[in-house]
Design a protein around this ligand. Structure first.
Ligand code: UTP
Length: 269
């Protein structure tokens, strides 16, 4: 039922300067695979093969990664290294990748709206590739979508002093780990947050979100916030928040990136 995913990947990645001057944050490798590789695998595990990217200036490396490179293929073809390209080639063969450019970086909400031509009138997943998840979070959310058929945000409990880095929800628990959203605040002050349930970079959105984004005014930080549009949707119809099972690494921060590198090195090598 969820066939498409959107990867907003136009942000500047300023927390990772100077690397992100020329390398897209989404292309930073966790061990030997860039962040988008893990995100796309998570999509494929959830049965999603139509993948759209919202990109911006200096993000062309993403397109190159998701295309064959005949010279390199030729170079490694009879060696043990050929298998290193196997997973990426499978992605290229099985998925379709489409791209649209966000010309001005006006926020995550604006990036999602920019992706509308790639999504159309369909429910879709949103993956922020710098949130690297272990445990097939999207598959869990797709299952939940089948039951509730509304927009879903993935949440996790974070230490109270860190709530100001996230969108934070207030909600009523309607089944184990599933909350009906009543309120949602983008980067609240630590002592004013409605809870410590923070939204992480996995969403399932119904296409009504596009109309709501079109009328969403700039919010926190002067950016068009997805959280603000989702709050409207929660009030007008229904949005649920899902405490996913698994582990998330904030690879947009140096500490999270190092933690993920150690974790995946131990897991995969
Ligand atoms: P972040 O808040 O992590 O911003 O964006 P950022 O620019 O990527 O990184 P920092 O904070 O400067 O280090 C969350 C997600 O939304 C995308 C980003 O690419 C990231 O996946 N985004 C954000 C856009 O695509 N466009 C925007 O205008 C803003």
């Amino acid at each position: 039922m969820i066939k498409k995913a959107l990867f907003p990947a136009a942000g500047y990645g300023t927390r990772f300067l100077p690397a992100t001057k020329s390398v897209p944050k989404e292309m930073l490798p966790i061990v030997n695979k860039p962040l988008i590789h893990y995100g796309i695998q998570e999509c494929m595990n959830a049965g999603i093969y139509e993948i759209g990217f919202v990109t911006g200036r200096s993000k062309r490396a993403i397109e190159d990664y998701l295309d064959f490179n005949p010279e390199i293929e030729e170079k490694v073809k009879d060696s043990s290294k050929a298998k290193l390209l196997h997973e990426t080639n499978e992605m290229i063969n099985r998925c379709t990748f489409t791209y649209v450019r966000q010309k001005e970086m006006l926020g995550l909400g604006h990036a999602v709206l920019t992706g509308e031509p790639l999504i159309g009138n369909n429910p879709f997943a949103v993956v922020l590739a710098d949130d690297l998840c272990e445990g097939d979070v999207l598959s869990q959310m797709v299952k939940l979508y089948k039951k509730y058929k509304c927009s879903i945000v993935a949440i996790e409990e974070v230490p109270q002093e860190e709530v100001n880095k996230y969108g934070v929800i207030k909600g009523k628990e309607i089944e184990d780990g599933v909350f009906m959203v009543e309120d949602m605040v983008e980067k609240p002050e630590v002592d004013k947050a409605p809870s410590n349930l923070a939204i992480i970079g996995r969403y399932i959105l119904t296409p009504e979100i596009f109309e709501l984004l079109k009328i969403t005014k700039p919010g926190k930080g002067g950016e068009i916030q997805l959280t603000d549009a989702l709050l409207k949707q929660a009030k007008e119809s229904m949005v649920i928040a899902y405490k996913f099972k698994g582990k998330r690494f904030d690879c947009g921060s140096v500490a999270g990136f190092v933690e993920a590198t150690n974790y995946f090195y131990k897991r995969d090598f």
